[in-house]
Design a binder for this molecule. Structure first.
Ligand SMILES: [Zn+2]
Length: 200
């Protein structure tokens, strides 16, 4: 607590809430923004957009600012609409999307959360995912899902629900040991695992 500097205090408190940022680093960040006023203005502008305009896409649960609630990836006509990549969370989505290894559709189970909400199929949107596969003529479902109890449950659930359909279900495997959460592997390993996916 810095007595006599309420604004600075409040900003330090906000930065200190960021993952991996302690109070000392938070103060360093705050002072950097005091010194770089233009960067501060840019950040405040985008934080405003983030708080007021960004929502989850109603089809894939990726983030979007589009007023109809459907993201640019879901609208992109050049994408392979017969393939859907199911990822645990937004971080995994960005890792795959930024690698150019994949050009199909997505479904983000956990949204911003890094867990799969246990076995809650409502919260993870698993039911919506199954509906999409049924209604959109999906031919391959790629699972970027951890080798954990929750991940295995999710995989079995999807497999069971789609068994009556002629859908190829694959899951990343290569280089990812059993029990390892995909959130803790580096991007290169994730991409290699993606390329080496296997049928489940
Ligand atoms: Zn979308």
């Amino acid at each position: 607590m810095l007595n006599g500097f309420p604004v600075l205090n409040r900003i330090v408190e906000s930065f200190a809430k960021l993952p991996g940022v302690g109070e000392k680093t938070a103060l360093k960040y705050a002072l950097w923004f005091v010194e770089h006023k233009n960067e501060s203005l840019i950040l405040s502008k985008y934080l405003d957009v983030l708080s007021n305009d960004i929502k989850l896409c109603k089809r894939c649960r990726c983030i979007t600012v589009n007023s109809d609630g459907v993201c640019d990836i879901c609208k992109d006509e050049t994408r392979d609409k017969s393939t859907i990549c199911v990822v645990e969370n937004m971080e995994n989505f960005f890792a795959i999307e930024s690698s150019s290894v994949y050009n199909g559709l997505y479904y983000i189970l956990g949204g911003f959360n890094s867990s799969l909400y246990g076995v809650d199929t409502e919260k993870t949107g698993l039911k919506n995912l199954i509906d999409r596969v049924f209604n959109e003529g999906i031919r391959e479902v790629i699972l970027v899902i951890s080798s954990t109890i929750e991940g295995d449950f999710t995989t079995q659930y999807i497999k069971e629900k789609l068994k009556s359909r002629n859908v190829n279900i694959t899951r990343i495997a290569y280089g990812i040991p059993v029990g390892v959460n995909v959130n803790f592997i580096d991007k290169t390993t994730l991409i290699e695992a993606f390329k080496s996916r296997r049928a489940v």
